[in-house]
Design a protein around this ligand. Structure first.
Ligand code: PLP
Length: 355
C-alpha cells in the first residue's frame, strides 16, 4: 500500500534528494568513498558547501551584505545565538506558540524582552494583529510558521530589523531578505535531514553588542570560516544541496508558493465542507500552507481515535495532532505531492459516508 508522509519533522523530502543522497552515501563525486567518509576540506566537499550557499542566495534573492551559513545545534541553538549576537539591551518578540516561547526564554538571558502580543489565550490558534513594536529595540523576532498550531505569519510591517525562525516554512514562499537581520531554520522540514541549520545573517548587524561572545556562538566565527570552523554536518549539507537543486529545477520559491496554495486549498476546503471535521485555526488568513491542523466537530468528538486508525490503515502516516492541540495535523511541505493530500481527503470522505 502506498504510504503518505504527513510527519511534521523530520518530514517528507523530494525523491530526488533521497536518491542523490543514497548514491553519494556509497560513492561521492566519483571518489569511490562515501560522502560520510571524505574530509570536509576535500575539494569535493568544499564544492558542495559552496554550491549550497550559492543556491540559497539565488533562490531567496539574498542581497549583497548577507552571509549564508550551515551550522549545527538546530533552531533551538539559534534561539540563544540570535540575542547573544544581536540584542543590545532590549528586543521585541511575538509569541505565537511553543517555539516562540522557547525563543523568548533564551532571549531573557541577554536583556529585556518585550512580548508585543501573544495568542496563548486560545492555544495559539490565531496570529495577533494590531500590536505595536517599540522602536528602541535591537530587533523584532517572530516565528514565521507555527508548526504545532497550523498558523503562518506574513512578513510583519515594522520599523525595526526583523529576526525570524523560518524552520517550518523556509523555501515555501518568496521573502524579502533585506527586511531581516537574521533568518534561521532547522533543515529538517523543507530542506534536508536534521543536523544542519540554515542561517542567513546581515553582516552589518554584527559586532554591535558589547558582551563577549564565545567563539562557537559568534556568527562572525562561522562567516570567516565559511561554515567550516568545526566539522560541518557533511551528509545533511549534501542532502540540503540536493533539495536546493530540486527547488531550482522546479521553478524556485515562486512556483513552490503557487503549488503550496493550491495543495493546501484541497485539504482546507474538505475540512470546511466535511461535517465530521473542523479547522483549529478559524481565520483563513492565519492558516498555514505547511501544517494543517484540524479536530473532530464537537458532535463527533468521540470518533477521533477511530478516524486516526482508519486513516492510518489507509497509509496516512504522522497525522496525529500535537498533544497540546489534539486532533490531527497534516504537514504538507514542499515535497508533498497533491496525490497524497487527495488520498487524505478521500479517506475523510469515505469515513464521513460511514457515519
Ligand atoms: N522552530 C520551529 C518553528 C520548529 O518547528 C522547530 C521544530 O520542530 C524548532 C524551532 C526546533 O528546531 P530544532 O529541533 O532544529 O532545534
Amino acid at each position: 500500500m502506498k504510504k503518505h508522509n504527513f510527519y511534521a519533522g523530520p518530514s517528507i523530502l523530494p525523491e530526488f534528494t533521497k536518491e542523490k543522497t543514497a548514491e553519494a552515501a556509497l560513492n561521492f563525486a566519483g571518489t569511490g568513498l562515501s560522502v560520510m567518509e571524505v574530509s570536509h576540506r576535500s575539494k569535493e566537499f568544499v564544492a558542495v558547501m559552496d554550491e549550497a550557499v550559492a543556491l540559497v542566495k539565488e533562490l531567496l534573492k539574498v542581497p549583497e551584505g548577507y552571509s549564508v551559513l550551515f551550522l549545527q545545534g538546530g533552531a533551538s541553538t539559534q534561539f540563544l545565538m540570535a540575542p547573544y549576537n544581536l540584542m543590545d539591551k532590549k528586543a521585541a518578540y511575538l509569541n505565537t506558540g511553543a517555539w516562540s516561547k522557547k525563543a523568548i526564554k533564551e532571549a531573557k538571558f541577554f536583556g529585556e524582552v518585550v512580548e508585543v502580543a501573544s495568542s496563548a489565550d486560545t492555544i495559539y490558534n490565531y496570529i495577533p494583529k494590531g500590536y505595536e513594536v517599540p522602536t528602541d529595540v535591537s530587533y523584532f523576532h517572530y516565528t514565521s510558521n507555527n508548526t504545532i498550531y497550523g498558523t503562518q505569519v506574513p512578513t510583519p510591517d515594522v520599523d525595526v530589523p526583523l529576526v525570524a525562525d523560518m524552520s517550518s516554512d523556509i523555501f515555501s514562499r518568496p521573502i524579502d531578505v533585506s527586511k531581516y537581520d537574521l533568518i534561521y531554520a532547522g533543515a529538517q522540514k523543507n530542506l534536508g535531514p536534521s543536523g544542519a541549520t540554515l542561517v542567513i545573517v546581515k553582516d552589518a548587524a554584527l559586532g554591535k553588542v558589547e558582551r563577549p561572545i564565545p567563539t562557537m556562538l559568534d556568527y562572525t566565527t562561522h562567516i570567516k570560516a565559511e561554515s567550516m570552523f568545526n566539522t560541518p554536518s557533511t551528509l545533511p549539507v549534501f542532502a540540503c544541496l540536493q533539495t536546493l537543486i530540486w527547488l531550482k529545477e522546479n521553478g524556485g520559491v515562486e512556483a513552490m508558493e503557487q503549488k503550496n496554495i493550491e495543495k493546501a486549498k484541497v485539504l482546507y476546503d474538505e475540512i470546511d465542507r466535511n461535517k465530521l471535521f473542523q479547522c483549529t485555526v478559524l481565520a483563513p488568513e492565519d492558516r498555514s500552507l505547511m501544517n494543517v491542523t484540524f479536530i473532530m466537530t464537537p458532535e463527533y468528538a468521540e470518533l477521533e481515535k477511530e478516524f486516526l486508525e482508519f486513516a492510518t490503515a489507509k497509509g496516512m502516516l504522522g497525522i496525529k495532532g500535537h498533544r497540546s492541540v489534539g486532533g490531527f495535523r497534516a504537514s504538507i511541505y514542499n515535497a508533498m505531492p497533491v496525490e497524497s493530500i487527495q488520498a487524505l481527503v478521500d479517506a475523510m470522505q469515505e469515513f464521513e459516508k460511514m457515519k
